[in-house]
Design a protein around this ligand. Structure first.
Ligand SMILES: [Zn+2]
Length: 198
């Protein structure tokens, strides 16, 4: 049991799976929906600036994704999603005991849609984003992040356990706050993640 027990091989992947990969030394995870044919639909920060410097990364030779220009809901190859990190699968319908023994943001006691419906929902949002932009709205680390997107596709509710967990830690460390504004919560959350970066 532990953070590595959700690890799967690429052969075990099923289209419609909610997958994730840790970033920044296991303090933050990036989530997405595997839609088959080596492709993942995932939500990335719409706030990141477009990179116009000379140190631009070249577009992916496999899927054509250009990391310098495209933001929001992406459909990329799994390599672009993982960025060299381990592949993990989010589990649904786990027991209460299992749930409390695991790290937040790795499993849920809730049931989920069939894989076909999950793919349909993710693809619908991706297509909307492609045509109109902002298919899943503005990215927000606290209220509208990659885990919210994957959760929405998989079970219909946009839950982010890792944001809730980070918020709890941040709120607990701010003993003088009785009524924390959304802005200061976001600031605390950003400071939590940046202080844990490696
Ligand atoms: Zn790629």
């Amino acid at each position: 049991m532990g953070i590595l027990s959700n690890r799967i091989s690429r052969e075990e992947l099923r289209a419609g799976d909610h997958i994730y990969a840790y970033r920044r030394g296991h303090t933050f995870s990036h989530h997405g929906i595997y839609v088959g044919k080596d492709l993942v639909i995932h939500f990335t920060s719409t706030n990141d600036p477009i990179n116009s410097s000379s140190s631009r990364e070249p577009p992916c030779e496999k899927c054509g994704h250009d990391p310098n220009t495209k933001r929001g809901v992406l459909r990329t190859c799994i390599n672009c999603f993982l960025k060299g990190h381990r592949l993990l699968r989010f589990e649904y319908e786990v027991s209460r005991l299992h749930f409390i023994s695991k790290h937040k943001g790795t499993c849920s006691t809730e049931c989920c849609y069939a894989n076909e419906e999950t793919i349909r929902r993710a693809t619908e949002i991706f297509n909307k984003d492609k045509v109109h932009g902002k298919g899943f709205g503005d990215y927000d680390l606290l209220d509208n992040n990659c885990e919210n997107f994957a959760s929405y596709c998989k079970r219909g509710t946009p839950v982010s356990e890792q944001a809730l967990k980070a918020m709890g830690i941040a709120a607990a460390s701010s003993s003088t706050d009785t009524q924390t504004s959304s802005t200061s919560k976001t600031a605390m959350l950003l400071s939590f993640f940046s202080s844990k970066s490696s």
